[in-house]
Design a protein around this ligand. Structure first.
Ligand code: AMP
Ligand code: MG
Length: 339
């Protein structure tokens, strides 16, 4: 009962109409964005949104992001639009930036995980924008079973949701590979709730200093303001270990760990920016942009190869590196080895 709508060769307006109608009928449609694939439903249709939570196995208090295609739609969702929101939207939308603002009555509490605020973004992907234009504002979390790595290929979505949702729009690999940056503008000071595809340094150039929510770098429990952060996240079946520190020492440590685990008869996978001897190896690429793009694919791929342990090379927490390390540490359940 899942239709896979192929748009790998590019936008097809006729097929978009079909997908848009699905959304208007309260059905679930997965679609590509520039960050990761999203699992979408009409953001203002309570029943449809509830189905997203059911399909993902997502806790009801973990809010969704509402995707729009036109700045004017923001006025239908947010009660107040502060100056910073206007400035950031002008500069970075469409793009990997989500703004948290006081919500309007019309936005169901199911969508916002019971909060009085709504998270909104305009994705920079022609398929996503066309789908929203053909329907409504679309509530969409990442299109993965709750707790698993986010999907960066249609195949990942098919693995998780084939037979469980009405449609999957297949549009090739996502460009950025990590989710959007989430900034809270509903309280006194702009606060980074989740690092993502837009570096916080870029945001600060436009609105000045941004507070970093303590959950961003460390372990987080019981956080009303950063709801998504308290759950298990991005985890493959294998145990993930992150090795952080100066590059040379990290390299030595990874080699040592591979030996240690192999001597205990574990199958060991390594994901890194340079070649390593291991049972399985996934090359993440050279730049931090490459690492972001390949991160979730690497976790899924090593898992598929049935390794017991995944050893991941940490990167510097600058630019996209902050988002990468946030995902890696969570995936590891905070099994971090500092050298
Ligand atoms: P996902 O798209 O699966 O990455 O999930 C959306 C994430 O956006 C949530 O886990 C939160 O971190 C964040 N988010 C969405 N709505 C809000 C909100 N109203 N307040 C704070 N964070 C939010
Ligand atoms: Mg997610």
């Amino acid at each position: 009962m899942t239709v896979v709508i192929n748009m790998r060769e590019g936008l097809d307006e006729r097929k978009i109409k079909v997908a848009g109608r699905f959304i208007l009928e309260g059905k679930l449609v997965a679609f590509p964005t520039e960050t990761v694939y999203g699992l979408g439903a009409d953001a203002l249709n309570e029943k449809a949104v509830r189905r997203i939570f059911e399909a993902k196995g997502r806790p009801a208090d973990n809010p969704l992001i509402v995707h729009i295609a036109d700045f004017n739609d923001l006025k239908k969702l947010a009660r107040e639009i502060p100056r910073e929101a206007k400035l950031l939207a002008d500069r970075f939308w469409p793009g990997p930036l989500t703004l948290v603002l006081p919500k309007k009555e019309e936005v169901p509490l199911v969508t916002t995980g019971g909060l009085d605020t709504v998270a909104v973004r305009m994705p920079a992907h022609e398929i996503a924008l066309a789908l929203i234009r053909a329907s409504k504002p679309v509530a969409a979390p990442s299109a993965n079973i709750s707790g698993k790595p986010s999907p960066t290929l249609a195949e990942h979505v098919i693995d998780d949701f084939y037979g469980r949702i009405e449609a999957i729009v297949a549009g090739g690999e996502t460009r950025i590979g990590v989710e959007s940056t989430v900034i809270d503008l509903s309280s006194e000071r702009p606060t980074l709730l989740r690092p993502g595809g837009l570096p916080v340094e870029e945001i600060e150039k436009v609105i000045g200093p941004v507070e970093i929510h303590p959950a961003v770098k460390g372990k987080a429990v019981d956080l009303a303001k950063a709801p998504g952060m308290k759950y298990k996240h991005y985890s493959p079946n294998a145990q993930v270990l992150v090795v952080e520190g100066p590059k040379e020492r990290v390299r030595e440590k990874i080699k040592e760990l591979v030996e240690e685990y192999r001597s205990k008869s574990y199958r060991v996978g390594v994901m890194a920016t340079e070649e390593f001897e291991a049972d399985e190896f996934f090359y993440l690429g050279k730049t931090v942009e490459d690492v972001a793009k390949n991160l979730f694919k690497a976790l899924r791929e090593l898992d598929r190869q049935g390794v017991d342990v995944i050893i991941a090379e940490g990167v510097e927490e600058r630019g996209l590196g902050l988002a990468v390390m946030n995902r890696l540490r969570k995936a590891s359940g905070y099994q971090i080895i500092r050298v």
